[in-house]
Design a protein around this ligand. Structure first.
Ligand SMILES: C[S@@+](CC[C@H](N)C(=O)[O-])C[C@H]1O[C@@H](n2cnc3c(N)ncnc32)[C@H](O)[C@@H]1O
Length: 244
């Protein structure tokens, strides 16, 4: 595994500036826009489980799946330490089967951009749809091609005082809309590398795949607002409903 493997134990440290609490509020706002009031929620590509934990604290029954056993291991350890009854499974978003349904699902932090093949992206939407109760909703975010063009992933923190130093360089191919990000990290004097790849999907592609997967009432927003998607939106959120 060349992504979310070596990085897993340091992921939360790297994300310490991410406003997860605000994201939880935004997720709940988008659900309320659709009049969806779940009891159980599935986090698709849950990573180390930060959103699952916050939603558990809000009173929801949480399940998280992620492709990386290393990320799931961290999530399980965190939940065990806190005594949170959250179910975590190592599963691929494109093929998962949990044998039950949920009132809502989410996938945040451009996780679905990691699915490079549009056929597999559609499969993931179908799997989420199959795991929703009728009337349930799926909310997810995506990086856009504009973000990749703006070199979103060219980031570094090389301050000697930083506990985790990193240097990332993105190589974007506008033909395939795939960005390859070469990441180097330094932790406690040790260097390790990961390569992450993401594909940008157009608004038209996402909407038609959501509809093909069986979703209705599809809404797209410029992230963290209720504004429509614009040409210069670097991150977008979608919310869609499984009909009764
Ligand atoms: C940027 S992290 C986001 C994690 C978490 N949602 C968060 O907000 O912190 C992207 C996650 O997507 C997971 N992922 C990538 N492709 C996946 C797939 N096909 N199925 C399930 N998880 C996947 C990675 O293992 C990683 O944990």
């Amino acid at each position: 595994m060349d992504s979310f493997g070596r990085l897993a134990p340091y992921y939360d440290e790297l994300m310490s500036v991410v406003p997860y609490r605000m994201w939880v509020g935004y997720f709940l706002l988008l659900l309320s826009q659709l009049d969806v009031r779940p009891r159980s929620i599935l986090d698709v590509c849950c990573g180390t489980g930060t959103m699952c934990e916050m939603l558990h604290q809000e009173g929801f029954e949480m399940t998280g799946i992620d492709l990386s056993p290393h990320m799931i291991e961290v999530a399980r350890q965190k939940a065990a330490r806190k005594g949170y009854p959250i179910r975590y499974e190592t599963m691929d978003a494109c093929t998962f089967e949990l044998g039950r349904t949920f009132g809502a699902a989410l996938s945040f932090f451009d996780s679905l951009n990691n699915i490079l093949d549009p056929e597999r992206f559609l499969q993931a939407l179908r799997r989420v749809h199959a795991h929703l109760e009728p009337g349930g909703a799926f909310v997810f975010d995506l990086n856009t091609a504009y973000a990749f063009e703006q070199r979103l992933f060219d980031q570094r923190n090389l301050r000697p005082s930083a506990r985790l130093r990193y240097d990332w360089v993105g190589d974007y191919d506008p033909q395939t809309r795939v960005i390859t990000v070469h990441m180097t990290f330094w932790k406690d004097g040790e260097e390790f590398r990961e390569v992450h790849r993401q594909r940008a999907y157009t608004d038209d592609e996402v909407r038609s795949m959501l509809e093909e997967a069986g979703f209705v009432d599809v809404r797209g927003y410029t992230s963290y607002t209720l504004d429509p998607i614009r040409r210069k939106s670097d991150r977008v959120h979608y919310a869609a409903v499984k009909p009764f």
